[in-house]
Write a protein that binds this ligand. Sequence first.
Ligand code: CMP
Length: 138
Amino acid sequence: ATNRTFTMIKPDAVADGHTGAIIKMIEEAGFRIIALKKTQLTSEQAGKFYAVHSERPFYSSLCAYMSSGPIVPMILEKENAVADFRTLIGATNPAQAAEGTVRKLFAKSIEANAIHGSDSDENAAIEGSFFFAGVEQY
Ligand code: CMP
């Protein structure tokens, strides 16, 4: 079925000028952009977004990194969007990401890994609504 996922291009990839190349990969893979903006999180907002990871040893570093510069969040639509998008971006650790994936091409480390992709339909809806109002998710 056609459904939606949520992504954000992370600070390292935005700062390095890869926003356009990554959006091109996303569109060429058949995803339709439903909502898109450029914004910057405070550390507190990053902490809320990643609250599920609050007990992990990398949590405070992740919050600092994710608030270190502008990000580009997007809601995307496609057949089988969540799973197909995770295939497109590759493994969390770029050392393990497949050839041709966004993370293989652009990620710098397991933390500065260029892009986020939701892991379920439920989280896609929650994460999309964190960044975009209902009227923007047309
Ligand atoms: P993402 O999958 O978007 O959501 C959790 C993020 O935490 C992940 O991308 C990385 O940016 C970061 N992360 C995950 N695992 C580690 C780790 N072992 N060390 C540092 N950062 C991590």
